[in-house]
Design a protein around this ligand. Structure first.
Ligand SMILES: *Cc1c(COP(=O)(O)O)cnc(C)c1O
Length: 459
C-alpha cells in the first residue's frame, strides 16, 4: 500500500489535535505517519522500517502482529460485542479475565475493578481509598501523598496524583488534599550521598509528610514501583522496604501504580513482586492487553476489598466500558501468550540480563553519565562531565531533544525526558534486535556528541 505523506499530514493537522503535542509546531513540521507494524518494528508512510524501542507507549509487551489476539477479539465481537457490567449483569470474558488476573497477582490480591485506561484506574483508586476510610468511619483520612515527577495519567485525578509541574499548570491542578514528597532519583538529586543512604532519606520523607499532615488526615501513598515517564527512575534498594515499613506503621494504604511495571516489564509479573512490596491497590493497564485494545483496572488486596464489600455498600462509580468483552478477550489471549512463551522468565533470566549488559556498555560513551536498566526498562543520563553527574550548560532537555531527533532520523524509537534517554522495548525483542538497538543508540550518541561539540554545549 502506498500513502501520500504530505496529504495525510495536512489533513491530520487540519482536524486532529494530538495529545502531549505542540500542534502548531507539528503542523509546520508534519507528523510521522505510522502505517503498519510487526514484531518489534513499525513502518512509516515513507516506507522506513523503525525499531520500536518504546514498545508503543510502554505497552506492546508481546510485540506487534499477533493474529491470535486479533482473532480472539473478532470472535468475541461476533458473539457478544458489548454488554455492561453494571446493574447485576456480567459476562464470560470478564469473569475469566478477573480469575486470571487474580491468579497472577500477589497472593493477597484477589479482586479487580475494570476501567478503560490507566488514567481511569487512578481516578478509580482515588475514590476507592477515600471510600474505604469513610466506610470505616474515618472521613478525615482523605489526603493522598504522591511524589514530584510521578506520572499517574492525564485525567483530572490522574494528573493531580502525578507530580508533573507542566501538567498541574494547565487546568488548575492539583485537586485538593494531594501532596508530594521528593523522588528517589539518586543520579539527579543524590548529591554526595551514597545511593542507599539517599534512598532511605527519600523514603523517610513519607513519614515526615504524614507527621506534617497528621496521620488522621492521610489515606494513602501512591507510587510507581519504577517511575516510567519521569525518566525510568529505579529506586535504590533501601527505598521500598522503608516505604513499606512506614505505610504499615502509620496505617496508610499503599497504592503501587503498576501500569508500566505490570505484566513482565521488570522481570516479574508485577513491579511489586520485584521489589517485594505488599500494596493495597494496584492500578494496571498497558501490558494487560499489550495495547491491542484499551483496558485497565484496579487490583485490590483482600484487606481493602473485604471492607469495601462488607462495609462499603454500593460504590457509585463505573465506566460504560468497564470490562468490555472484546478488550477482555484480547487481554486474556495476551496473558496466555505471555505465559506460553515464558516472557516474564525470559525478561528475568535471558533477554533482560543480556540487554542490561549491552546497555551498560553505553556508560563508556563520553556524553553518558549513567546507564541503568531493570528488566527491560532503562535510561541513559546525558552529561558533559560524568565524574560530577553535571548537567549541560544549556537549557535542560536541549541535548536530550537533539539525541531524540537523531534517533528519529536513524529509525530508532527512543524517548527523551529532559536530558535522559529512555527505552522500554517489547518483551519479545531478540538478541540480534538488542544488538541493533545498541548499535543505533551508539551512533545517535556519537552524532549528538558531535553536534553539541560544534554548538559549544560541552564547555
Ligand atoms: C501510562 C500511565 C498511566 C496512564 O495510563 P493511560 O492508559 O495512558 O491513561 C498511569 N500510570 C502510569 C504509571 C503510566 O505509565
Amino acid at each position: 500500500m502506498t500513502f501520500n505523506t504530505k496529504d495525510l499530514q495536512q489533513t491530520n493537522s487540519a482536524h486532529h489535535m494530538q495529545p502531549f503535542t505542540d500542534n502548531k509546531a507539528l503542523a509546520d513540521k508534519g507528523a510521522r505517519i505510522i502505517t503498519r507494524a510487526d514484531g518489534c518494528y513499525i513502518w512509516d508512510s515513507e516506507g522506513n522500517k523503525i525499531l520500536d524501542g518504546m514498545a508503543g507507549l510502554w505497552c506492546m509487551n508481546v510485540g506487534y502482529g499477533r493474529d491470535e489476539i486479533a482473532d480472539a477479539a473478532a470472535q468475541q465481537m461476533r458473539e457478544l460485542p458489548y454488554y455492561n457490567t453494571f446493574f447485576q449483569t456480567t459476562h464470560p470474558p470478564v469473569i475469566e479475565l478477573s480469575k486470571k488476573i487474580a491468579s497472577l497477582a500477589p497472593d493477597h490480591v484477589n479482586q479487580v475493578f475494570f476501567t478503560g485506561s490507566g488514567s481511569d484506574a487512578n481516578d478509580t483508586v482515588l475514590r476507592m481509598v477515600r471510600h474505604y476510610w469513610s466506610s470505616l468511619g474515618k472521613k478525615s483520612k482523605k489526603g493522598i501523598i504522591s511524589r514530584k515527577n510521578a506520572y499517574h495519567g492525564s485525567t483530572v485525578a490522574g494528573a493531580s496524583l502525578g507530580g508533573m509541574k507542566g501538567m498541574h499548570e494547565q487546568g488548575d491542578l492539583p485537586i485538593p488534599h494531594i501532596t508530594y514528597i521528593n523522588q528517589p532519583y539518586w543520579y539527579g538529586e543524590g548529591g554526595d550521598l551514597d545511593p542507599e543512604q539517599f534512598g532511605l532519606q527519600r523514603a523517610q520523607e513519607l513519614e515526615a509528610e504524614i507527621d506534617r499532615l497528621g496521620e488522621e488526615n492521610v489515606a494513602a501513598f501512591i507510587a510507581e514501583p519504577v517511575q516510567g515517564a519521569g525518566g525510568v527512575i529505579i529506586p535504590p534498594a533501601s527505598y521500598w522496604p522503608e516505604i513499606q515499613r512506614i505505610c504499615d506503621a502509620r496505617n496508610i494504604l499503599l497504592i503501587a501504580d503498576e501500569v508500566i511495571c505490570g505484566f513482565g516489564r521488570t522481570g516479574s509479573w508485577f513491579g511489586s513482586d520485584t521489589f517485594n512490596i505488599k500494596p493495597d491497590f494496584m492500578p494496571i493497564a498497558k501490558g494487560l492487553s499489550s495495547g491491542y485494545l484499551p483496558i485497565g483496572g484496579v487490583m485490590l488486596s483482600d484487606r481493602v476489598s473485604k471492607v469495601l464489600l462488607e462495609e462499603g455498600g454500593e460504590f457509585n462509580h463505573g465506566y460504560t466500558y468497564s470490562g468490555h468483552p472484546a478488550a477482555c478477550a484480547a487481554a486474556l489471549k495476551n496473558l496466555e501468550i505471555i505465559e506460553r512463551e515464558n516472557l516474564v522468565e525470559r525478561v528475568r533470566d535471558d533477554i533482560g540480563p543480556y540487554m542490561q549488559k549491552r546497555w551498560q556498555e553505553l556508560a563508556q560513551h563520553p556524553i553518558v553519565g549513567e546507564a541503568r536498566m531493570i528488566g527491560l526498562m532503562g535510561a541513559i543520563e546525558l552529561s558533559p562531565d560524568k565524574a560530577n553527574r553535571a548537567p549541560f550548560k544549556v537549557k535542560e532537555g536541549t541535548v536530550g531533544f537533539i539525541c531524540r531527533e537523531f534517533c528519529f532520523e536513524n529509525n530508532l524509537v527512543m524517548r527523551h525526558v529532559g536530558d535522559t534517554m529512555i527505552i522500554s522495548p517489547p518483551l519479545v525483542i531478540s538478541h540480534a534486535e538488542v544488538d541493533e538497538l545498541i548499535e543505533k543508540a551508539t551512533r545517535c550518541l556519537d552524532l549528538t556528541w558531535q553536534r553539541i561539540n560544534e554548538a559549544g554545549y560541552c564547555e
